[in-house]
Design a protein around this ligand. Structure first.
Ligand code: SF4
Length: 360
């Protein structure tokens, strides 16, 4: 069983905090790119049963419905699909059009991941987003009307000027909508982004304690609204966990297609260079993929610690097991059934330090 990830590296406008690989959208280039994706999917045909397909980016919703449909048709012809595959498309809420959403649903997309980020117009403006809070609302409501019953929204935490009240309002609005999944990410200051050198941003960034407070506020408000935390940044109503993302954290196989896409197949990891033209020019991405070292046991444990499933105590070194009582007593780690441990919300808020204590 595997998952297919399709990277769509086009954006209408670069957000000033983002360091994901993307280039400005151009129609002709997008068409060449889709043809290259289809060519590569065909090359890997039948290599395994597929239980999820994920269009990530960039902004995959910039592709036409026909292009998305052609890619999905190739997947269903060339691979054996699981009986109920999860098929996700990351969606930019600048486009609220119900007909467009309906066409995507008809094309086979059954899960939307909407980049709402915040329901405060001031915060959206600060982030350089091209949509408003009202467009976020419209998109989610129209998605439900168009037949989407598995909707995820992204929100960002630890933003400049993000007071407890501002975040509270965003979470109140979000949890009143027909949304089944929330991904909540702390703002990361990435080098080579405009945010990294913007004095206004730098002067108003919250300190680590304040960011941890906002994170815990989100965890508890989402929990009260029925979203349980199943991963450090992921919250779901029961049964709506992202099957695709769980594969990454459980270290299971996934096949990435496209410029900048990563793959892990039977413990062999590789990635495609972040170069749209190079990807399109080559007949197959295999000609340009770069190998990475296989996941070692420590990396696997680090990934497992991101999830609420946690890790078996027996997988820890004896010295780490000795530190457990202190971490449990201070509410950073909790005991689970079957002799497993997992981080608590407080532990997730300082996960790097807790995991380092247990793995080093
Ligand atoms: S945050 Fe999303 S929309 Fe903005 S530049 Fe990055 S990939 Fe593109």
């Amino acid at each position: 069983m595997t998952s297919i990830y399709i990277h769509v590296p086009f954006c209408a406008k670069k957000c000033p905090y983002c360091d994901f690989y993307s280039v400005p959208y151009r129609k002709a280039m997008a068409e060449d790119y889709v043809q290259a994706v289809i060519r590569n999917l065909h090359h890997y045909q039948n290599f395994d049963t597929v239980d999820s397909i994920y269009f990530g980016g960039g902004t995959p919703s910039l592709l036409s419905v026909k292009q998305i449909s052609d890619i999905l048709e190739t997947c269903s012809k060339d691979f054996k699909l699981d009986s109920t595959p999860e098929i996700t498309l990351e969606y930019n809420p600048a486009r609220t059009d119900i007909n467009h959403l309906h066409e995507l649903r008809e094309a086979g997309i059954n899960r939307l991941s909407i980049g709402t980020q915040s329901f405060s117009d001031a915060q959206l403006k600060l982030l350089g987003r091209t949509h408003t809070a009202e467009q976020n609302l419209q998109t989610v409501r129209n998605a439900e009307k168009a037949g989407f019953y598995n909707i995820s929204c992204d929100i960002m935490l630890g933003l400049p000027y993000q007071t407890e009240e501002i975040l509270s309002e965003t979470l109140h609005i979000l949890t009143s909508l027909p949304v089944q999944h929330v991904s909540a990410y702390l703002l990361q200051m990435e080098e080579n982004t405009p945010f990294y050198t913007n004095p206004e941003i730098l002067d108003n960034l919250p300190d680590d304690d304040t960011s941890a407070d906002r994170y815990l506020q989100a965890v508890y408000m989402l929990e009260d609204a029925g979203f349980y935390q199943y991963e450090i940044s992921s919250f779901a109503k029961p049964g709506f966990e992202s099957q695709h993302n769980l594969r990454y954290w459980y270290c299971q196989d996934y096949l990435g297609i496209g410029a900048g896409a990563h793959s892990c197949i039977k413990n062999r990891r590789f990635y495609v260079p972040k170069d749209v033209e190079l990807f399109c020019q080559n007949q197959l991405q295999e000609e340009i993929t770069i190998s990475e070292t296989a996941c070692n046991p420590e990396e696997k444990l680090m990934l497992a610690f991101r999830t609420s499933r946690g890790v078996p105590i027996s997988s820890l070194q004896p010295e780490a097991q000795k530190k457990l009582n202190m971490l449990i007593k201070n509410d950073y780690v909790k005991l689970k059934e079957k002799d497993c441990i997992a981080l608590t919300p407080k532990g997730f808020a300082v996960s790097n330090a807790v995991i380092a204590t247990l793995l080093l």
